[in-house]
Unconditional design. Structure first.
Length: 68
């Protein structure tokens, strides 16, 4: 029996969002069960690559977030 596992990193803006960094969340799906967690990291929405699930850029802070 095979188990399907998928990971998705995404930004979750609060309802009253104006500007500034927003939390990065992780969604883990095992078969059809889902769990969501915050990573404890934040990112500016303009620097987030939703397709890759990573922060864009080459600074040390960006590398630190992507390595997490």
């Amino acid at each position: 029996m095979k188990t399907k596992i998928s990971l998705l990193f995404y930004l979750k803006k609060p309802k009253n969002y104006q500007k500034g960094p927003v939390p990065i969340y992780l969604r883990i799906m095992v078969d059809s069960k889902r769990a969501e967690f915050t990573t404890g990291r934040e990112c500016e929405p303009s620097r987030w690559n939703a397709v890759a699930g990573r922060v864009t850029g080459a600074k040390q802070a960006v590398n630190s977030v992507n390595a997490y």
